[in-house]
Design a protein around this ligand. Sequence first.
Ligand SMILES: [Zn+2]
Length: 467
Amino acid sequence: MKALKSLRKIVSAIGLLSFISLQAEEAKYIFYFIGDGMGSGQVIMTETYKHKALGESESLHMLQMPVHSFVTTYSASSPVTDSAAAGTALSTGSKTKNGMLGMDADTVAVTSVAKYLHDNGYGVAIMTNVAADDATPGAFYAHVANRGESYKIGRQAAESGYELIAGSSLRGMKKGGKSTDLAEYIESQGVQIATTAEEVAESDNRRIILLPKTSIWESNMGFNIDEIEGAMSVSDLTTTAINHLMRHTPEKFFMMVEGGNIDHAGHGNDGGTVVKEVYAFDKAIGKALEFYAAHPDETLIVVTADHETGGLSVGNQYVGYNAYPEYFVPQSMSKDIFSHYCDKLAKGTEKPKWEDMKQYLTDNFGFFTTVPVSEKEEEYLQAAFTSIFLKGEDNRQTTLYSNFNSFPVEVFKMLNNKAGAGWTTGGHSGNFVPLFAIGVGSELFMGQNDNTQVPGKILKAAGVEVK
Ligand SMILES: [Zn+2]
């Protein structure tokens, strides 16, 4: 009798378990975070910064997720992928050649996980802090043989039918300095163009393209470190997407949130800006985790990267067995903004003075105070200053997104060397990228993944079959 009772208990427990797993079978709310250029080095540098420089005991949100995996990122044409081929793999499951977006290597259009889910009733938001037609967001709605076809990509954004697409701009709105008809075309498709989160919140329109007005760049909203007026953080973007989707498609949604500026800063080998971008990206993941806590049986969060940028390591040949991410704390501007400042200075009518620059480096980078600079190092910087500003010998550094004055190049080399940030390239690397997951279906991501497997697993977690 006693045995029967306990058996009954077990059976009812199993019944309850299978009920739970039945209930938990489909992910209704899916967050897909992509840190552009966020390899393991970027994550561990930021984790080290968080603990050692900021004194925060808690780990990054992404590192607290139960599922951790390595992801391979090679493209159909190279062991080192670009963002277009990697974005296509992460969105459609197809390997393609570098430069191609939403098409396989034979130039055949392939369908993204966002489109499959949208066709199955999910509201969709595609959010980024770089341009909305950039490779990663574009891979979720566009099909072009060349990622630079911004006018075409912009039209496809409007035709996608998605609830919300956000980024710093749609670059196809202008050509040769003149406006194209892209804005009119978007509106003709019943899509509203908004410029603030408030506008999105107040609008009854289900389909919105959000392009916040920022003063500086078209291709990104500005780095977190530069605190550009009007720029939306990745956290702001995530919250805006949650609110919009819960209002229009409260039953189920999918959002892709890209931290696009991690890559831009990585191309410039700007260690402090990378760390602050990853830190801000992790805050956005925190917003998704709050949502998960309220809907634990229906939510899936996947965090990964399209590729690694810069070949970043914690530790280099200058610091021995150590690293000093605390030297990034006083840095208050990106290499890009410092370069703009130096260019202005070089073009000015007054000859710049070393003493003023020394003060500027103290105020904005903590040089000579937090960051120790020896006499010899000061002589080196002063010599660079003299040749660049007083003799006009500026051997500029060109990267994918920037063209730097050579004085900031010297300053950032010194800062990276001292902080223990090791860089191997101004481009991408073929290193593994991490994947973190939590929630319904997260166990599907255990073990090693190729980037092409990720979207299929998301669909599986959602219970959406692909024919
Ligand atoms: Zn890149």
